[in-house]
Unconditional design. Sequence first.
Length: 257
Amino acid sequence: MSQLASQADLSAEIDAISKEYEAAGALPDFRAETNTRLDYPPYRSSVLRHPTKAPQQADPEGIELWAPVFGQRDVDPLESDLTIQHRGEPIGERMVVTGRVTDGDGRPVRHQLVEIWQANAGGRYIHQRDQHPAAIDPHFTGMGRCLTDADGTYSFTTIKPGPYPWKNHHNAWRPAHIHFSLFGTEFTQRLITQMYFPGDPLFALDPIYQSIVDPAARERLVATYDHDVTTHEWATGYRWDIVLSGSHRTPHEEDVA
Ligand SMILES: O=C(O)c1ccc(O)c(O)c1
């Protein structure tokens, strides 16, 4: 499908593909465990990126059972505040995003590196390949990192990103999102994913979001507004908890494509 101009087009495409899956049973390009579509034509690059061979079970080598360790001195606490990286204030809605990182058994993932990158309030990335006509904010780079604390909690102060056009099809706009990378305590827990904002009208039209079929798994990518995280006259607050492993894990990008 070359163009998905409307929600009706996309819904029809999704229905047709779902029927195909139902008729064929579990296909190798459909990850049953997380209920995600790996080769999903509406998400154009998934056609090139998805695995074409059945996964091989392999015991991780000893070295893969450890993740790089970042100590308190490697990451400056100021790196978690994306609004103070320049002399001036960035434009947009200041917000705090916080949550707990746990493993599949609910244990906190302590003192681990969490990295984020995102577009500015106008939906513009500082990247050579993003040349769409929205302003670069000279006071916002859009990258930050922090370590989780002893309870597995991370926290960032940033600017709410805007929706972003991505050329996947005609009039294609990504729902506002923040990219997250987490090492966890083992390489097998490494997670790269995207966090979304509640009630985004673009969900229904986004082939990346739609490539996750299970509504509960999709929901795990959406932060909740939290008035206890919001601070008076300063920042709105969102909570987003992350589960690195197990049946309720937060969907990873490799689950998608
Ligand atoms: O996978 C991609 O091609 C792709 C494109 C645009 C995005 O905003 C993104 O998160 C992923």
